[in-house]
Write a protein that binds this ligand. Structure first.
Ligand code: EPU
Length: 417
């Protein structure tokens, strides 16, 4: 199993390019199932989750070809079997995103129920209720969701909570339904908008994406298209926090500041100087960071996917911070590992109290999920001495070439097998 060795203490400085967004790439790849013509996606990040999705789509019958310029073409002319098996779904929950498109295109789908996961129970009941409202017959048999519908019908669907992949699944299914579907309480995440833009380029009629009411007028068929995946706002935020925590100065090329309002405000509050350019963000941290309180909530509020990284920043900041996690019930696993590095963190329910300490000290820590891993890397970059981050397969799921990019910014980091 790979691990990262980090010799901490130095500031990050220099330029690095932001990759395409994982959480946009995964639903976009599933959108290829809606058409028999090829869908070409540019700016695809090279990540474990993306290769898992390619394997899942291949299993369904989709032909994928990668080009040398970060592009993938997905050809779903032939659907061999509308099935997402347990062995793939268990490694990547986003596999549930094939359910809506397969059901809409084939009239049936069997997708393994995703189990629990490190950050919370993460049910998919809203996806299923929404599809049932569109006329699907749904049952759970031997751990599999079995869904059937000759043709889905447009419906008015209000989800009980804001769900990102739930919105994406229902939006994709609705594209081929008969009549108009209205999604209320829809997720406003930029990845939902990126998907809607691609669907519209494929001939869909989606309106209102990016707001909490999305209307989708169903069409008979979709056609092929070419689409460039948006930059990864969470990768961007992670590198900005790493620069802020180490007292560095970085410029992130290809970053889109308009996707990161809540995060940039917090970094500013922490004392960072931020310059927004048309296709880049520059950050300089000329002082010791100040503690910042964080409360996660659906977009455009502060993202849960940046909570762990801010906990690492608060761990070495001046003052005491309160971090409240409102999206996932168990997303503080990193706090125990951060404490192994010397952080002073008290967790009670969904709230963490982080008292800034003057320094962290290197140790061996274990990653528990993707963003938790990122926070441990940030802490390792700050800590005195050597930090070993174990179980970095989590990181490889969602950060493209993280050690190369950090090394490019001057970090002393290497991967050992
Ligand atoms: N929820 C339900 N029922 C449902 C759907 C969601 O109870 O049917 C609950 C969840 O358990 C959670 C809340 O609603 O408490 C929000 O979950 P959501 O469905 O929005 O999460 P998701 O779609 O499974 C996506 C991202 C996550 C990100 C969350 C929140 C992808 C592939 N994943 O997950 O990304 O944390 O939205 O923004 O888009 C990551 O990249 O590290 C990651 C975990």
């Amino acid at each position: 199993m790979d691990r990262l060795l980090i010799e901490g203490g130095g500031p990050l400085s220099g330029e690095v390019r932001v990759s395409g967004a994982k959480n946009a790439a995964l639903p976009l790849m599933c959108a290829s199932l809606l058409t028999s013509e090829p869908l070409t996606l540019a700016n695809i990040p090279h990540l474990k989750d993306v290769s898992t999705m390619i394997r899942l789509l291949a299993r369904i019958g989709v032909e994928a070809s990668l080009d040398e310029r970060l592009g993938v073409t997905l050809d779903s002319r032939r659907i061999a079997e509308p099935l997402a098996p347990y062995d793939l779904v268990k490694t990547m929950r986003a596999s549930i995103l094939v359910l809506g498109p397969l059901l809409a295109r084939c009239g049936e789908a069997r997708v393994s129920l995703p189990g629990g996961c490190a950050i919370g129970s993460r049910p998919v009941d809203q996806h299923l209720k929404g599809l049932a409202k569109m006329g699907a017959e749904i049952s759970v048999e031997q751990g599999y969701i079995a869904a059937r519908a000759r043709r889905l019908r447009g419906a008015r669907i209000a989800t009980d909570m804001v769900t990102v992949t739930g919105t994406e699944n229902l939006m994709m299914a609705a594209c081929l339904a008969q009549g108009t579907t209205v999604l209320e309480n829809a997720a406003r995440e930029p990845e939902v908008l990126d998907l809607a833009n691609c669907l519209n380029a494929m001939g869909a009629r989606v309106k209102g994406a990016g707001t909490d009411v999305i209307a989708i007028q169903g069409v008979e068929r979709l056609h092929g298209a070419a689409h460039a995946i948006m930059p990864d706002r969470i990768e961007t935020g992670t590198f900005l926090v790493a620069a802020a925590a180490t007292g560095g100065a970085v410029r992130l090329l290809g970053a889109d500041a308009s996707l990161l309002d809540a995060v940039l405000v917090k970094l500013g509050d922490a004392g960072a100087d931020i310059a927004v350019e048309p296709a880049a963000i520059a950050l300089r941290m000329p002082r010791k960071p100040k503690s910042v309180n964080v409360r996660t909530a659906p977009y455009p509020a502060f993202p849960t996917d940046m909570q762990a990284q801010f906990m690492a920043l608060d761990a070495i900041a001046e003052g005491t911070a309160v971090i409240v996690e409102t999206i996932f019930e168990n997303r503080f696993m990193h706090s125990l590992e951060l404490q192994r590095l010397g952080a002073d963190i008290e967790v009670s329910g969904n709230t963490a109290l982080v008292r800034g300490v003057t320094k962290l000290q290197g140790a061996t820590v274990m990653a528990t999920d993707l963003r938790a891993s990122a926070s441990l890397v940030i802490a390792g970059l700050v800590a005195e001495g050597e930090t070993t981050v174990d179980r970095i397969y989590h990181l490889d799921r969602g950060y493209e070439c993280i050690e190369e990019k950090l090394a490019q910014l001057g970090a002393k980091i290497r991967r050992v097998h």
